[in-house]
Design a protein around this ligand. Sequence first.
Ligand SMILES: NC(=O)c1ccc[n+]([C@@H]2O[C@H](COP(=O)([O-])OP(=O)(O)OC[C@H]3O[C@@H](n4cnc5c(N)ncnc54)[C@H](OP(=O)(O)O)[C@@H]3O)[C@@H](O)[C@H]2O)c1
Length: 246
Amino acid sequence: MSTTARVALVTGGNKGIGHHIVGQLAQHGVHVYLAARDAARGRAASGMLTERGLDVRFVQIDVTDAPSVLAAAEQVGRESGRLDILVNNAAITSGLDPASKVTVEDLRRTFETNVFGAVTVTNAFLPLLRMSSSPRIVNVSSGMGSIALMADPDIELTKLNQAAYQASKAALNALTVLYANEFCAYGIKVNAVCPGYRATELNGGLPTPGAGDPADGAKVAVTMAMIDDNGPTAQFLGDTGAIYPW
Ligand SMILES: NC(=O)c1ccc[n+]([C@@H]2O[C@H](COP(=O)([O-])OP(=O)(O)OC[C@H]3O[C@@H](n4cnc5c(N)ncnc54)[C@H](OP(=O)(O)O)[C@@H]3O)[C@@H](O)[C@H]2O)c1
């Protein structure tokens, strides 16, 4: 990989919205590490993009497995010397129960990937992000994680009440702001995005009534990944361009 172009890494890049984020960043001329937990799925997904002439390289990361994250950071450091853009996209849903029925196991499983995984990856790649002249972190969140929206009785989201997923995204949102505040001194801009309701396996696969194209959902993450030095930090941007309340 060339080290003159910007270097990005996207977790959960083998399918869904993450795969489109990888492809769209590469179309912007970014060298993109497509991180996936399964090597076969990751290599196949990266092959689909390299066949189109895009500069994409597979790297193995299970966000719940710290040694795999550290090994990937070592690989990116050795090959590229820095990281300009980190997109924490990997996430799961585990049970769709309201708070009164959610199990601690489902909460724990969901937090392991959606929250602790994002922290593990962010902290492991921090030394490489600090080598960048314009580092960016984009956390792929959800409007379902906005406490302000959850607390609004007029909003449909409150009726879905998927406790484990929503609490995990609320925690990711809090960490987005905490990282943004802490990293201000280093010039690292940290933002969250909501890709909107999209037809992906997270939602049970295709076709999902009312769900949009995941390629369109990827655009908001790419927008935040490509912001210049005047761009925002500690902002929560939705797929329609609206700024979400935390
Ligand atoms: N789809 C929506 O309507 C929607 C709405 C709002 C927000 N989002 C957010 O958008 C992001 C992408 O979701 P999606 O809809 O594209 O879901 P998806 O199609 O299910 O893709 C999820 C990705 O995360 C990966 N992943 C899961 N656990 C992992 C782990 N432990 N380590 C590494 N990778 C892991 C999956 O890998 P495997 O293939 O190996 O499972 C897959 O690549 C998520 O953060 C989600 O919360 C989605």
